[in-house]
Structures are given as structure tokens and as C-alpha cells.
Design a protein around this ligand. Structure first.
Ligand code: 5GP
Ligand code: ZN
Length: 115
């Protein structure tokens, strides 16, 4: 989608440090990391928010979590663990309107909101 920064990252118009890519999914380093390891995992397809994931796109969510599994092993964070966060809408503070899953790792993260 035009004017979407993550679509521009998908098609290479904006550079990024990619850590993973397949037919459906791209993962790259967050430009403003909140942890020693902070990766954004996104579908290549433009979907603005989690509320707009249609039935026919639901396989993409599965593909994203398969990618997260692969990335966790590749980046050696599978043993010590990591946190996955997805923001949706105003109260979450979602800034980029192309769905993305934050993968945070590399230290004890603390400050659990749930758990
Ligand atoms: P949100 O607040 O929407 O859940 O998260 C958006 C994330 O995208 C933020 O953590 C922000 O640092 C990251 N971000 C925004 N613009 C860019 C960019 O151009 N490149 C990269 N790599 N990350 C970005
Ligand atoms: Zn987009």
C-alpha cells in the first residue's frame, strides 16, 4: 500500500536490517529498539490492524508464528526466552498501520502487564 512505511520496507524502498524473509513474512530490526534484541515480524501483505485480519488471511498469522520460531532459533533466543507483543488501535499506542509483532529479547524483560 502506498504511504505505508512497512510496505516500503517489504519492497525495499526503505532500507532495513532484515533477519528473516519468506514468501509471506518479513522480519527486521526495530529502528528504535526497546530491548537488546527487538525484531518486528510482519506479513508482506498490507493489513492495517489486527481487527482487519480476514478469514482468508488467517493463515498469515500462523506463518508469522512459524517465522518467530525460526527466528528465535536463528538469533539464539530460544533458550533464554523472548516476548511477543502486538499493538492494536489507539489505547495500545499502535503507530504503524500495518500489522506487526514485536519480538523482544536479550535481557530479563520485567514489567509484565499480564502474568
Ligand atoms: P507500534 O507502536 O506501531 O506497535 O510499533 C511500531 C514500531 O515500528 C516502533 O517500535 C518503531 O520504532 C518501529 N519503526 C517505525 N518506523 C520504522 C522504520 O522505518 N524502520 C524500522 N526498522 N522500524 C520502524
Ligand atoms: Zn503496509
Amino acid at each position: 500500500m502506498e504511504d505505508c512505511i512497512f510496505c516500503k520496507i517489504v519492497n525495499g524502498d526503505i532500507p532495513s536490517e532484515k533477519v528473516y524473509e519468506d514468501n509471506n513474512v518479513v522480519a527486521f530490526k526495530d529502528i528504535n529498539p526497546a530491548a537488546p534484541i527487538h525484531i518486528l515480524v510482519i506479513p508482506k501483505k498490507h493489513i492495517a490492524t489486527l481487527l482487519e485480519v480476514k478469514e482468508e488471511d488467517s493463515y498469515l498469522i500462523s506463518e508469522i508464528f512459524k517465522a518467530i520460531n525460526t527466528i528465535a532459533k536463528k538469533l539464539n533466543i530460544d533458550k533464554d526466552g523472548f516476548r511477543v507483543i502486538a499493538n492494536c488501535g489507539k489505547n495500545s499506542g499502535q503507530e504503524v498501520m500495518h500489522i506487526h509483532f514485536h519480538v523482544l529479547a536479550g535481557k530479563e524483560l520485567g514489567d509484565k502487564i499480564v502474568g
